[in-house]
Design a protein around this ligand. Sequence first.
Ligand code: DON
Length: 303
Amino acid sequence: MNLQAILDDIVATLRPELGRSGKVADYIPALARVPADQFGIALRTADGQEVASGDSATPFSIQSVSKLFSLTLGVRALDEKLWERIGREPSGNPFNSLVQLEREQGVPRNPFINAGAIAVADRLLSVGDGLDDLLAFLRSLTGETITVDEEVAASEAATGFRNVALANFMKSFGKIDNDIPAVLDVYFRQCAIRMDCRQLARAAAFLCRDGVHPLQRTEVLGVRQARRINALMLTCGTYDAAGEFAFRIGLPCKSGVGGAIVAVVPDELTVCVWSPALDATGNSVLGMRALELFVARTGMSVF
Ligand code: DON
């Protein structure tokens, strides 16, 4: 299969659509001014081949895609114990919703909604250095320098009233151990990490290799742990659009409001698409279209 030709063809097919539909995240100025007419795609195969097309080397705010890597660190450090305070069911609600949390006594439905990721950040602070561990992990997975966009991080903190509410709400149920400002600092800064499609495809490649590190022979996660992360991506990785993603794409995916979506084809490859304009659920419009084209042209699916 000529993967380069497939990616180039997806870029050519979507180019006329750039900037036509969806809306760039505008809750902070640093994201609102990102030009909508950008599209990148990159993949890394299980045997280490890397292929890319379009704006694949343009860095962006990874936002909620960071939840994939913080969850991986949490599973690595705590394994089953992580699930004492975090569920594994789709929420069927927007990623920043508060209502479910009250009904379910401060236990977030899953680690990919904001409340779940804040709970994971709390656990990472209890077992290690929080954000420093996450950055070191991403540097190890990519072999490259990975940094936080300080302007985005400061704006996340200045405007993240709902996340402050979610964290305090969980604390009121005794489900957060560390100080709220420290926990939120990890969460806001992880959202503000900057990476490009190429780096994200490489960093998430352990998920198509049953947990084996993309650049080393070491284990990032055990086989069962890696498969479970893929299961969570399929059922919860794109919030209340997870059903639509499974229906239209049929791969485990994790999205972020920076416009990135990471998708995994187990035993084959990991692909990252990026285009900043989002639909109403916070998922990249052209990213989703690109993944549909990708599975149609490669025949790849978990089903
Ligand atoms: O925490 C927030 O609400 C933002 N930083 C958005 C994170 C995100 O990407 C959620 N979903 N797509």
